[in-house]
Design a protein around this ligand. Sequence first.
Ligand SMILES: Cc1cc2nc3c(=O)[nH]c(=O)nc-3n(C[C@H](O)[C@H](O)[C@H](O)COP(=O)(O)OP(=O)(O)OC[C@H]3O[C@@H](n4cnc5c(N)ncnc54)[C@H](O)[C@@H]3O)c2cc1C
Length: 562
Amino acid sequence: MGMKWWGWGDERVSFSHADKPALGPFLNKHIGVDVDRVASAAPPFADLDVPAPGVPDALREALEEAVGAAQVSLDPLDRVVHARGKSLRDLVRHRRGELGRVPDVVVRPADEQQVAAVLHAALDHDAVLIPFGGGTNISGSLEAPADETRAVISLDLARLDQVLEIDERSRLARVQAGALGPALEEQLGRRGWTLGHFPDSFSHSTLGGWIATRSSGMQSDKYGDVADLTRAIRVVTPNGIVATRPVPAASTGPSVREMVLGSEGRLGVITEATVHVHRAPERREILGYLFPDWPRALEAMRELAESEATPSVTRVSDAPETQFSFATRKAPTLLDRVQSAALQTFLRRARGFDVDAMCLSFIGFEGSPRHVELQRRLVSRIVSRHGGLCVGKGPGVLYDQKKFDTPYIRDFLLDRGVLGDVSETSAPWSALPGLYDHVVAEARRAIAEQGVPGYVMCHLSHSYHAGACLYFTFAMNPEGAAGDPLDIYAAVKTAVQQAFIDAGGTLSHHHAVGTEHAEWLEQDVSPAGAAMIEALLTGVDPGGNLNPGKIVPTRARAGESA
Ligand SMILES: Cc1cc2nc3c(=O)[nH]c(=O)nc-3n(C[C@H](O)[C@H](O)[C@H](O)COP(=O)(O)OP(=O)(O)OC[C@H]3O[C@@H](n4cnc5c(N)ncnc54)[C@H](O)[C@@H]3O)c2cc1C
């Protein structure tokens, strides 16, 4: 079963509020939505006006020769699914039938040789080639420019899905780039290994997509981000195959591997990577903790990063996100106990908690039972020093179980006319408290200026030696407001992104630049830094045939003046 053309994930799965009694009242209170009223469901696919494909005969013949006629698809649904990623703007416009520049053809190569043949066909016929992994990016990294007049080929890597080799002594695996998270982990798991990369989009995203967007998974505290996990890459480029060696470190000038990380298909097609793998842990636990407030929770996370503790997950929600988590609970669960009168009384009286300010945290431990025990003790001491307490395994088990279901909630909200989205950043520890305050204030100001009800919440995840990622979620209900809801959304998204930059953060910790964040690149990496990136992209691909317009807008094609 393929990905929905209008939303997230499997056609057979959807989010429901029916078994979550507190959610409806919570959403009604904060964003004025009636969850029982579906206001704007996606139209039937047959109602869409899908533009006819424009593939010149010579190009089509070359593509068929490269991969076989059966792997060259002009099917309208196939083309629409490949047209965009899953950002809020992508979904809203798709649902409205505003399909943009749909690719003319979807091509599915079987191996690296076929990838090279397709790339050469694209260059020979001056077509645009857009590598497609799982189509889950939320940065506008897949959509062809609206005014693109050349034929657009979406190159779907799904058939390159094999773990090719495991070097057990070096703990390295060679993996084809089109492997989806579950297929990759299943093949590694059969031999007792894991990559340890679990983004929330795990079930529908690919190794090549992770590398091309510099993705980060939930357990990055232990395993690293995909940039740390990727030791070597093979990439089909206009100048031949780029292949780097899987050495642990090298002094070979600017890193070619690093140039490919985050390149969003603009330098070529990643066909395989050699990645770190770890033995599947003997024991894995995620424990829930409560902190009295956000400043103390943040400081506990900082001290954990500074300590000898090495948890696999460190995550803490601010008070608004904690309240949202409680509102999504099914009754009865252990989370209910957290809100039970007895526990609330204990928290208030014995621990001095204000239950409206408290922050829910998940901390994960992996390894031998002895290691897990030791880690738990280290963490417990630090948590206590900051007024926090452990609430046991229940909330962690629940979080672990439902994390891959959470993405479905955005479609549920869209069906009810509510726009919900995320933006994330990273910053040094010293900047994080100020950044948090500034972003929340700016997001709330922007929502208020638009005159709509809205909600802003945040969590810290992915801790490092020098700082951490802050992940903001904002939702608004534009019902009854004048103007296009997407303009209302854009005003809030812009305020959040600008606040990141103004407060010392980056434009994105792990969601990439694409087109959604390109506006902030110069402010983030400096104008000279952005010019360096542009020189790299246009140097490798002077004709602008490879996924043009992403990261930095393509200013000029070969032979044209800027
Ligand atoms: C609900 C949801 C949850 C998410 N959670 C996370 C998260 O926890 N962590 C995280 O990091 N991200 C997350 N994301 C974002 C997204 O999943 C990542 O950006 C992911 O890395 C994209 O992988 P993909 O295979 O879907 O790539 P695609 O969306 O298909 O492509 C992304 C970009 O990479 C390029 N590309 C893809 N494959 C190749 C290749 N083989 N060679 C060259 N270029 C290629 C494409 O051209 C495009 O520019 C989430 C997204 C959603 C919708």
